[in-house]
Design a binder for this molecule. Sequence first.
Ligand code: NAD
Length: 425
Amino acid sequence: MNATTTNAFQMAQQQFDQVADQLNLDAQVREYLRWPLREFQFRIPVRMDSGEIRVFNGFRVQHNDAIGPCKGGIRFHPSETIDTVRALATWMTWKCAIANIPLGGGKGGVVIDPATLTNSEKEKLCRGYIQQIWRNIGPRQDVPAPDVGTTPQMMGWMMDEYSKLTGQYTPGVITGKPVGGGGSLGRTEATGFGTIYHLREAMKMLKIDSSKCTASIQGFGNVAQYAAIGFTELLKGKVMAVSYWDRDDRRSYTKGIDARFLQGITDQYGAIDKDAASKAGYVIEDDMAWLSKDVDVLIPAAIEGQINAETVEMISEKVRIIAEGANGPTTLEADEELKKRGVFMLPDFLCNAGGVTVSYFEGVQNDMNYYWSRDEVLTRLDEKMTVAFHSVYELYEKEKIFMRDAAYMVAINRVVKAMQLRGWI
Ligand code: NAD
């Protein structure tokens, strides 16, 4: 299912509108929050290894900074659009609010498949991105991070470029940096493990024994890998399928997978070596097979718009929980069907807030110039995610509403309160 069939920003606005109606939100406040505060679009010229100049389109969107500096990843993807970046920036505002960290919402992107670039071209593109936007980002303005198609190494180059341009070593300008280069231990596993901490709390509340549960996962990149490892090692459950996007033909790998084995034959973009997997006995299926598995839990952890009006019917009656590791994987139409079926939803900006939470911890450590152990980071992450889950679950129980709506209500109320306290509204 192609992400381009869904306009993510329209989806983000519709989700917001629905909850704004339920909250009876003032029309002026809605106007403020429906659109990003600032948007930047720019061109990034790069001299390729061949000697020719190629010009790439770049974006940075700052949705809202009432609670603190904007925060959000930079995505390198061939179908990146300004609307995708707007949607992701908007969701970041709600995500930081729900995680209760003092940051706002931002996001960036470049229209490129990074796997088509050499290492030196990638470095030039990363440095070029910063050359275009450095005046409008910074530890107290807007703090980028990695997303789909970008890696800790790329964040290291970007931080270095910003530090050179400003004349000061400024690790706090970007998070998701490599450990040893200003990064935080625990950042790599943060989003996947955060998803698992939410699942653990949900299962406790729903009285489900996780060790008897199965899961199917879309994606096998950063989030999916650690969600798979966490599901197996922390929850003692079994992962039946993962999937990834193959440049030639999309495939989904099935059979009680060994997440750590598959991680060993997966490249930096989350593409699995399918020959090695086949040799090890893995069955290769069609791209959407992951969605129709008879499992207890679905974890979409690839891209947006995957569970939609067309695909929702493929979901097995057995599925009890959807844990959205990805941003925006479920459309509003699909939500309606899932509500009818009584599927428990862990919505994206709650469920995958582990990444931004450890990014925030990274910024805190950069500011202190003192670094925590991995255990300390993950313990603090677990605490934050557990509190966030229960702040939403309490409202869900009290009002008998969909978890996504409950999460929106908590988040919107926090942002509106910060805007009031600053005298914006
Ligand atoms: P990644 O680039 O590491 O991995 C993406 C994975 O998705 C890869 O395995 C890729 O093959 C797969 N994929 C891409 N298109 C696909 C398609 N059409 N069908 C099936 N699989 C496809 O990215 P990531 O960092 O793991 O991010 C995944 C999702 O989680 C994104 O929505 C991202 O915005 C969100 N997210 C990431 C983080 C983080 O910390 N990395 C934090 C919060 C949210």
